[in-house]
Design a protein around this ligand. Structure first.
Ligand code: SF4
Length: 394
């Protein structure tokens, strides 16, 4: 669909400064990506940074989990002037060492509960903000449906409201700490949820810049479809100041995240839409993480592809399969899938409907996965047959 008269009015967000990059306040929508290489492999990670920069990445994220990662980051910092963003999952304590090396820091409210449980979250956020202020870093409060704050997601609570409540709590901390140089992200692997939650947030806080993303959008071409559905819908309404397309790709092809992000932005601004307003997917749904330096075994990318190939006979089945690279988002994201796999260094954890089936070696997992997939399909079919004979008997 193309419209030559398409006009977008951006939300009146404030400017957030990450080094030379300004996000929000009508600035061009910044397209980001993330290094998938091991951070301690300095040459490989620098190679990713250069590749992504050459393709026009406005900011490049790197995962940091240890002091050795920070030593590598310091070396990488010396050799690139790219706008670097660090992704802190459970490692908020490392921030004072990391902040001098980067322009922006992402923290996940859901991951501030795992360590030092005796320290209140408010105090942990105070430490993060103090380091960000001292080194003039921007922050991203990055909420992810796969790793919600347990205090907000208890019981049967609507995950959209739970995620919004989690952000509200952190907006309160920002206000208390008099810090405004931050953006917010609200991500899910379901594009419809991404549209809904970002729309609701933007209605409530039109001044706060939003970083858009569909987590674990997976492999191409479905990864592009899911990303377009969410981003076209939101960008067309002026929502979103920066974005990342998350695709499962070999390291050498990571630049496709940037190319696709840029293409979606320019298509929307030219009035070209390729998606439908809602993502009404029927049939097989495979979600897989884009991988990053935390991936526990590099066999993950091949595993994701093999799972897709092995499942191709089940295209018509309404089944969700999640394939995740590590324990950070693996346990949460696989809970809601019909079949979920998440990688450990020497084995793959395998769940069926949120229950652990077992841990299997990388050689054993595919035949076992196929067996479980066939059993699941048979169970669904016999359940459907029983339902229809019960209905006929009534
Ligand atoms: S699940 Fe793990 S490996 Fe995959 S993107 Fe998330 S943190 Fe990285």
């Amino acid at each position: 669909m193309t419209s030559s008269h398409f006009k977008i009015t951006r939300k009146p967000t404030r400017a957030v400064h990450a080094g030379r990059l300004t996000i929000g306040a009508g600035h061009p929508i910044a397209v980001q990506s993330m290094c998938a290489t091991r951070t301690q492999d300095i040459e490989a990670t620098l190679g990713q940074v250069r590749l992504l920069s050459q393709h026009g990445a406005d900011a490049i994220r790197i995962a940091i989990d240890s002091k050795r990662d920070i030593e590598a980051l310091a070396e990488i910092r010396k050799q690139t002037d790219a706008v670097l963003v660090v992704d802190l999952q459970e490692s908020y304590r490392l921030l004072p060492l990391v902040a001098p090396l980067v322009q922006k820091v992402r923290y996940n409210p859901g991951h501030l509960h795992h360590h030092e449980k005796n320290i209140p979250v408010r105090e942990k956020v105070r430490q993060i903000v103090t380091a960000a202020k001292q080194h003039e870093c921007a922050l991203r409060i990055g909420v992810n449906f796969g790793s919600l704050d347990p205090a907000q997601s208890a019981g049967d609570r609507d995950p959209i409201e739970a995620a919004l409540q989690s952000v509200e709590e952190h907006l309160g901390y920002m206000q208390e700490l008099d810090f405004t140089n931050f953006v917010v992200s609200l991500k899910s692997s379901d594009p419809n949820d991404v549209i809904e939650i970002n729309s609701r947030f933007s209605d409530r806080h039109p001044e706060i810049p939003l970083h858009l993303g569909v987590t674990e959008a997976g492999m191409l071409p479905m990864g592009e479809v899911k990303s377009r559905v969410a981003f076209e819908n939101l960008l067309a309404r002026g929502i979103g100041d920066t974005l990342r397309v998350s695709l499962t790709l070999p390291f050498a092809e990571k630049f496709k995240e940037i190319e696709l992000g840029q293409a979606i932005v320019s298509d929307v601004y030219a009035g070209r839409f390729r998606s439908v307003p809602r993502f009404e997917q029927q049939g097989l749904n495979i979600i897989s993480c884009p991988s990053c330096s935390r991936v526990e075994n590099e066999a993950f990318i091949d595993l994701a592809r093999s799972v897709r190939e092995l499942s191709s006979f089940a295209q018509a089945e309404n089944i969700t399969i999640a394939v995740m690279g590590c324990r950070v988002n693996g346990p949460g994201e696989t809970d809601d899938a019909d079949l979920g796999l998440w990688c450990a260094p020497n084995h793959v954890n395998f769940k069926r409907k949120g229950e652990l089936v077992g841990a299997f070696s990388y050689e054993e997992i595919l035949p076992r996965f196929k067996q479980e997939l066939e059993a699941l399909i048979n169970a669904k079919r016999s359940g459907a047959a029983e339902d229809s004979s019960a209905a006929n008997a009534r």
